[in-house]
Design a protein around this ligand. Sequence first.
Ligand code: ARG
Length: 559
Amino acid sequence: TEHDEYMGSLKAQLAKLFEVSLKVTVPNELDVEPLVAACNGKFGDYQCNNAMGLWSKIKGKGAPFRGPPAVGEAIKNNLPTSEMIESCSVAGPGFVNVVLSKNWMAKVSIQKMLIEGIDTWAPLPPVKTAVVDFSSPNIAKEMHVGHLRSTIIGDTLARMLEFSKVKVLRRNHVGDWGTQFGMLIEFLFEKFPNFEDATETAIGDLQAFYKASKQRFDADPAFKERAQQAVVRLQGGEDKYRRAWAQICQISRTEFHKVYQRLGVHLEEKGESFYNPYIPGVIEALNKQGLVEESQGARVIFIEGINIPLIVVKSDGGFNYASTDLAALWYRLNEEKAEWIIYVTDVGQQQHFDMFFKAAKRAGWLPQGDSSYPKASHVGFGLVLGEDGKRFRTRNTEVVRLVDLLDEAKVRSKAALIERGKGEEWTEKEIESTAEAVGYGAVKATLLFICYMLTLESVQSSGGLKGTLVLGHKDERDLGLHLLQFAEVVEEACTNLLPNVLCDYLYNLSEIFSKFYSNPECKVIGSDMETSRLLLCEATAVVMRKCFDLLGITPIYKI
Ligand code: ARG
């Protein structure tokens, strides 16, 4: 496959060269991990920072060096020759700076990518299959802003992994099981004796239906009794109850689906109910390992360092959120052979994930430590707070109108300014105008990207892939270097599950591009360097388009 000869990101390729050098420089210090970072400074493009650390390990042990700069000097001298590197120098206490070869950047890397495609810059994570568990709203309850954020973040993570040739199981772990269904089913029977005719239009608003049934449940003991019976009959698999349950789920599903369609997000539902049959076996296995203990009538797993245990069977014998998650993890590891399982929820659920990951480690399902696979990761995002300071919830999932978006952007940047104490320092007028500039700026930045795409497309249509790319001017070289860093940025965003790293990259790319494009010294059309600069524009367009794609944003080419 095309990945056979993939050399890794720019940073990874340099790290390999430094690794060779380190082995020669200090042969007795095994496993010295090369510390290479982009520095974009005046001394070079990348820097190796191993000298100081190494010095503190070897000094006084008869090493032939007189201090960190000498170690740095040796690292530099032992670096294998490479067409990547134009020059190398040692600065300060032993930093080894590398200036990349412009010719290598242009021809070997960027032009090669233009010919072979952006896929050749995809990272290679050490896993074949991953589960991304995201969105995951609850049936008959509202899909709130937290679920929307999970949907967007999860989709981007899935896209980055898919770009990296990982098979991604995009799982919608919907809350479709639990005691609330007894009440909903009973209420459905009451309202619609021919319940199978109760379509979405008949029920109207499922959340209102939920509220009404809850009221009924709280007010009427006889109803409550019937609802509790209904749970038992549903769990016992009684046909009429299963059908009513399926009916309610279907109505919610249709609602959720509309949202996914608008956002262009693809998900595969495997709800909580799916894992229900696996729970008893999984808990029994954990019990056999001696992990499950009795505590106040419940069955629990104790976790080191946490004073509350993880409840896996409630005192009434029922299963809960954690029992389901344990069974789902078991299934994902053993049946789906996933090597990386990623959960995207708000940070409010952090402790739940922390505890059940630790339980899975105790059971030996996952290795101790977080650097080996199979691995489970929780991506927790901050909660969105409403104006009352409470968790923000919306009753509908209407996409925010642009004017509202602008208003909201202004309100938020104003709040941020006041939080920074500008209320005392600045006049009201200054605050207002700054809030507008910052708030509208953020919204516009997003739209700006789209404008760049337009420019690029029009420039591109007049060019082709012929000719040679030369990074002669500083602005051209800066742009070329930033393009080359795409691979390591995606790799970092993917490894550390931080999609915002990619947003920052895209933002910087648009700035660096605009610096180049607006510089009269870098005139594109009609200059001697026209072909080369068109190629650079083309490469920028390719990278930008991929960034948009990974972020799930559809660029607009025509207005
Ligand atoms: N349904 C849950 C909620 O709305 C999120 C589920 C997340 N996934 C999981 N496997 N626990 O909060």
